[in-house]
Design a protein around this ligand. Structure first.
Ligand code: ADP
Ligand code: MG
Length: 576
């Protein structure tokens, strides 16, 4: 893969060290064979005294030590390379996610995606720690052995030269068929886990409809499929290693036969040469075979690397902010001119929206579910940037301002506010600037109508929420977000009103909250309750991404039939 090669090139020093170590290994292997043969030759055939072979024994010891050292350094270099590459990938991923967290989270790239990517980075390891060093080793060591053998006995060298290619050729053939099979296996695994998760999540529904048993059978079938796919891959792997073993044994046998014949019958070879060749032959084929197993490990790695690289290449259009300061103490005028926006091409789009929101106004966004109300809030808040048109704040383009200045001025209470992992107190406190006392937090919680509920919890404001903590309902989360807004005292409040009915008590608190926040802020609400709608200074009626009408409740009732219908349906006839 191109990118992996580039990464390799960037690691020149490690690569040189790998090449050097491989040369050393080749030399050490040949030297080891030389010393063993020399010792045996002298002791058994030449009847030399033990003391005369001591230098050779010493040499052998030294060579063995060198071999372990070289293997160690080689392994270390590989691990170092892998660690560096993984570190680089992680940094790139993090900076990518950091650069654009809001868009990413709108696309559902949450913690889950990050953790999948981080796992993928870990999988890249074996390419650099195993495959790559082995590849260098296998290109160098066999050649050195071959040279040594040729220098002693060219016939054996020729046999090696002819048989050697069979191993890589065979490996490539096997590799091709396993790749397809292992892809199938992965698909089966994905199908199995997908199905398992689906069923687990829908368990209550399935029980209620008496469909649990059928699904149990489906899970069983799916898991059996996965088992079969795994077994097929394993079978191929085992057969292939058997075949590789077979080829190399056959080749070694051939060399042994040749050497034996020439030594004993034709007396063309010395014992030294014959033995030397026989020791080196298995080393030669081993080195080739090791590349095979490293290749399998490397292949999985390459898949993971591909996934990570693709992710890195996928760029969302980031929202570009400027440097202008937004210095205001009261709500600004917000204007949308010919604003269009879509999450992705060809899908739902907000279409050519024009509107002006004067300071301190209370704006209600109404429309059917899916008409684009929440999307319009995303656009106004500056979380996403319009595909066309312009949003201006105090007659300046919104995106000319500093990002922080703008976000300091707004509170966005979305329909599913995010609670990070921590206590409720901490979750409310992020709304405040600087240090916030517990009294302030309690005050904010009271205004948001969630104080009672929190106090009724066993651990009160110290209750852990968010990931791994206690779950809160959508409405409760929204009230935590509302409490944040009370601490923050923004000049613009965007509120995606809960669709589900609230109890009277909560509803009243909510009304009061909004009213109080409204004293110092412009309020833009996605409204479902008639009360909010009727109280608004301006109602924006959305349909299918288009702004169908704007005006007060009375005006719209009188002039827009669709609006009247909607209100009638919502209120079961009591339009009031
Ligand atoms: P409303 O709030 O009026 O019910 P939304 O603004 O939430 O409507 O959604 C309008 C359309 O945009 C829907 O068709 C919805 O499927 C789509 N949509 C909403 N959020 C996203 C998103 N993050 N990515 C892609 N499409 C989205
Ligand atoms: Mg919505």
């Amino acid at each position: 893969m191109k990118q992996l090669k580039e990464i390799n090139r960037a690691q020149k020093n490690n690569m040189y060290s790998l090449v050097l170590m491989s040369f050393m290994l080749g030399i050490v292997i040949v030297a080891q064979a030389y010393f063993i043969v020399e010792i045996v030759d002298r002791v058994f055939l030449q009847d030399t005294s033990f003391s005369a072979v001591i230098p050779y024994l010493g040499g052998l010891l030294l060579v063995l030590a060198a071999r372990s050292l070289v293997t160690y350094v080689n392994g270390r270099t590989g691990v170092k390379m892998a660690a560096k590459v993984k570190g680089d990938f992680r940094k790139k991923l993090l900076s990518k996610y950091k650069r654009n967290p809001v868009q990413a989270s709108l696309k559902g790239q949450s913690g889950e995606k990050v953790s999948i990517m981080m796992d993928a980075v870990d999988e890249i390891d074996s390419y650099f720690s195993k495959y790559y060093p082995q590849m260098i080793q296998t290109t160098i060591v066999p050649i050195l052995i071959l040279i040594a053998v040729f220098s002693q006995n060219w016939v054996s060298g020729l046999i090696m030269l002819i048989t050697a290619p069979f191993i890589p050729i065979f490996m490539i053939i096997i590799g091709k068929s396993t790749q397809k099979k292992s892809e199938e296996q992965l698909e089966k695994l994905a199908a199995f886990s997908g199905r398992f998760l689906d069923i687990l999540q829908g368990l209550t529904t399935l029980k209620l409809f008496g469909r649990a048993k059928e699904q149990r059978d489906a899970i069983k079938q799916s898991s059996l499929d996965y088992r079969d796919a795994t077994m097929t891959v394993l079978k191929i792997a085992f057969v292939s290693s058997l075949m590789l073993e077979f080829i190399s044994m056959l080749s070694i046998g051939l060399i042994a036969l040749e050497v034996g014949l020439r030594l004993v019958i034709y007396e063309q070879l010395s014992f030294f040469t014959a033995f030397f060749v026989l020791i080196l032959a298995p080393e030669f084929y081993n080195s080739l075979k090791e590349l095979g197993s490293a290749f399998h490990a490397g292949r999985g790695s390459m898949g993971a690397a591909k996934k990570v690289i693709e992710e890195l290449e996928m760029t969302e259009q980031p929202v570009q902010w400027g440097e202008r300061r937004l210095e205001i103490n009261s709500p600004p005028t917000i204007k949308l001119e010919n604003v269009s926006f879509s999450y992705s091409e060809g899908k739902f789009a907000l279409n050519n929206i024009n509107l002006e929101i004067p300071p301190h106004s209370e704006v209600a966004l109404v429309g059917r579910s899916g008409s684009g109300k929440s999307t319009l809030l995303n656009v106004i808040s500056g979380i996403v940037s319009p595909t066309e048109g312009r949003i201006s704040v105090q007659n300046q383009s919104l995106f000319d301002y500093k990002e922080k200045d703008w976000f300091d001025h707004i509170s966005y209470i979305s329909q599913n506010p995010y609670l990070f992992s921590g206590t409720i107190e901490e979750n409310i406190a992020i709304g405040g600037r600087g240090i916030t006392t517990i009294e302030e937090i309690q005050q904010a919680a009271k205004k948001a109508g969630i104080n009672e509920m929190i106090k009724s919890l066993e651990e009160g404001f110290d209750t852990m929420v968010g990931e791994g903590g206690r779950g809160l309902s959508g409405g409760e989360k929204q009230r935590v977000a509302l409490a944040r807004a009370f601490l923050k005292k923004p000049t613009i409040i965007l509120f995606d009103e809960p669709t589900v009915g609230l109890d009277l008590q909560t509803e009243r608190i909510l009304q009061q909250s909004i009213k109080e926040l409204g004293k110092s802020a412009t309020i833009i609400t996605v409204a479902h309750r008639l009360h909010t709608i009727k109280n608004a200074d301006k109602i924006l009626f959305l349909e299918d991404g288009k702004l169908l009408a704007a005006g007060t409740h009375k005006e719209l009732l009188a002039s827009v039939r669709e609006y009247e219908q909607m209100v009638t349906v919502q209120q079961g006839g009591e339009t009031g």
